[in-house]
Write a protein that binds this ligand. Structure first.
Ligand code: GLU
Length: 394
């Protein structure tokens, strides 16, 4: 008899975290695995942020915080939105959460009813569909291919809208493809959404600063959509703070209020020390993290150059984030060293077992032809990993 709820039984395991756990397990067994599965900067958190945290510990910031975050942190986030995104939010429109993942879950839980439809331009971040499922909504995938640089068109968007469409979850710079939509492309999608006033937009901008030159554009800066857009961001990626777990939203006040309510019943305010450290992070000039972005840019170049030399790897030029998402469908139906490759999951497993390189299957992101490879790793590990991949495929 299965004692677990249907809710949990129907929930897929997070493919990114599962692959990272598998790689860790093999490493513990003494196997020399190179982990390129997790999207996690390999830098230390900058000193000025660590100092703010130490100061907070010494100043005894140890009590519960307000559920939606400290007032001065929310002020600092409003300033950040103004400075970087020309978005004007009041503190009452901000909710700070335990990671951007919780921010997304909050929004889905407060906006979605059973049978509502959620549009996911693919490739989409792995947890969007799982969170929509938890909220008992239905994910509607809008496919794209490497030929369109993994972008969807306004026509494609319009074709899948139904009276049940409630939310579209949008991620640019995109995880896993690194694609960035231009302002013009955003506005063209926005024109479609303007016609459907009952659709909300969740704009996940967590990779905003991991950008190699395309100007970042925020959906909420389209005036006609501001009132139904929820902007999600956080400090994990840009400030090498993945484990600190701080994400936040800027949203219509009534949505923020509802998120505050649900968070109050589930987790309360986010960690108090991490919140104090986040004030230092979001208030710092972007120049303070430029060294990390420059390093990612170098690694991106190396990764793309090396992978382009492998037959059967079709690549786009990712403009942001720290992933490449090659189309490897060339290998489907082939047998390599006794391993039959039928799909992207077989391919990722083959790379793990034969090349000892951990990647993530594109299936988890709604694209069965690709795998995701993170280059948030040292240059040396990138070089070794790609040469191992090449060798295994020969
Ligand atoms: N967002 C990162 C990734 O896609 C971290 C892992 C996760 O939370 O899924 O790899």
């Amino acid at each position: 008899m299965d004692l677990l709820s249907e809710r949990i039984n129907s929930l897929p395991v997070s493919a990114t975290l599962a692959m990272a756990a598998k790689a860790r397990e093999l490493k513990n067994q003494g196997i020399d695995i190179i982990g390129l599965s997790l999207g996690e900067p390999d830098f230390n958190t900058p000193e000025f942020i660590k100092e703010a945290a130490v100061q907070a510990v010494n100043d005894d910031w140890n009590s519960y915080s307000p559920v939606d975050g400290y007032a001065d942190l929310k002020e600092a986030i409003c300033e950040k939105f103004k400075r970087d995104n020309k978005l004007f939010y009041k503190p009452s429109q901000i909710v700070v959460s335990t990671g951007a993942k919780q921010s997304i879950a909050n929004v889905c839980m407060v906006l979605l009813d059973p049978e509502d439809e959620v549009l996911l331009p693919a490739p989409y971040w792995v947890s969007y569909s799982a969170i929509a499922t938890l909220a008992e909504a239905k994910s509607i995938i809008i496919p794209s291919t490497i030929e369109t640089d993994f972008k969807i068109s306004p026509d494609q968007l319009e074709q899948v809208i139904t009276p049940k469409t409630k939310l579209i979850m949008f991620n640019s710079p995109n995880n896993p493809s690194g694609t960035i939509y231009s302002e013009e492309e955003y506005r063209a999608l926005g024109k479609v959404l303007e016609k459907y006033p009952d659709i909300f937009i969740l704009s996940d901008e967590i990779y905003e600063h991991i950008n190699y030159g395309t100007p970042h554009f925020s959906f909420a800066s389209i005036k006609t959509l501001y009132d139904r857009t929820i902007t999600v961001n956080g400090v994990a990626k840009a400030f090498a703070m993945t484990g600190w777990r701080i994400g936040y939203i800027g949203a219509p006040e009534w949505v923020a209020k509802a998120c505050n309510k649900i968070q109050g019943q589930i987790t309360s305010g986010a960690n108090c020390i991490a919140q104090r450290a986040t004030i230092a992070a979001v208030s710092a000039p972007i120049s303070s993290i430029k060294y990390m972005i420059d390093e990612f840019a170098t690694r991106r170049k190396i990764m793309i150059n090396l992978l382009s030399g492998i037959p059967g790897f079709k690549l786009n030029q990712p403009q942001g984030a720290f992933y490449v998402f090659p189309d490897i469908s060339y290998y489907f139906g082939r047998e390599i060293g006794g391993n039959k490759i039928e799909n992207a999951s077989d391919f990722a497993l083959f790379l793990l077992e034969e090349a000892h390189v951990a990647t993530v299957t594109g299936e988890a992101f709604g694209n069965d032809n690709c795998i995701r490879i993170s280059y948030a790793a040292s240059e040396q590990n990138i070089r070794i990993a790609v040469s191992r991949i090449e060798k295994a495929l020969k």
